[in-house]
Design a binder for this molecule. Sequence first.
Ligand code: MG
Length: 351
Amino acid sequence: MAAICAYGFPAKATAGRVHGETAHPYRNPFQRDRDRIVHCAAFRRLSGKMQVFTAEFGNYHRTRLTHTLEVACIARTIGRALGLNEDLIEASAYLHDIGHPPFGHTGEDVLNRLLADSGGFEHNAQALRIVEKREQRYAGFPGLNLSREILDGQRYKMGTSKTPLLEIQTMDVADSIAYDTHDVDDAMELGLLTAGQVIHTALWKAAAYRVRQLWTNLDDAEFRRAVIHHLIERQVSNVIETAKHRLQKITSYETALKLPVLIAPSAELAEEKAEMEAFLLAEVYRHPQVTEHRRRVSLWLETLFRQYVKDGRKLPERYADVIREEGIERATADYLADQTDRSVKEQIGGS
Ligand code: MG
């Protein structure tokens, strides 16, 4: 890790863990957090969970695990360029989507609706539930006993007016850079979106213009890949340059906490990103094929939910304490959230 600037969060300033532990001889607290997240079952399950598309769409697109890795790469690049704490950034990036149930936001919507009378379901809250309580890996405490800065970062994603650490801001902006870019790439590769449609967005147009300046002999696929590369490059460079300017007079992480979010795109780029997100919503997330898939998997999840709520004995033994303490609905939601897209499909009969 490169040297941390005055406004970066030093590992030695950590507020520690809920359950006190002795310092590790050669890993700082955030390196330890990162390793605990990577070694937990919920992290491994990300490989079987969709981002926007499932296996039935093809095999090119991102899964939630590869999305998580893209976010970590982008966030670390920005963090290193700005002199922030890369270990804290990396750990929070690995954690950020760990609470997603199968079938992405569709799965989340279904569980939230089914749990309307018992506290609802939200993926960021589920992430905290997993790492604070549900993962059982260590003899001395429940969950992963992560550093408070990592947990606070995840709480920030649940919506709060408090400004988070610059490292958490970096992870958050990298998340948006990753999905704004890879959802376009995936949708085009899968044939749900054409170059003729996406060229009308300002974000794509600017990157396409740059690629045409550099290359004149690319076929359609080569051109698209070059544009995707420039989309990421431009957003990352813009965030770094914009943040550098804003950080000029910041002398400590405490000062940055009293200010609005500083690690963000320029106003102009933010507008282009908002336009791209509206475009993705209309053309990709609400594409007839995606909508039909959503309808089908919603039915699967609802069917399984009702089956398990009706007969809790069908749930594996490790959910017994949740049934006892929080009721069958919450236990069923935990169980279903722990499934992959494929294991839901298999339980429903592979239809
Ligand atoms: Mg994400």
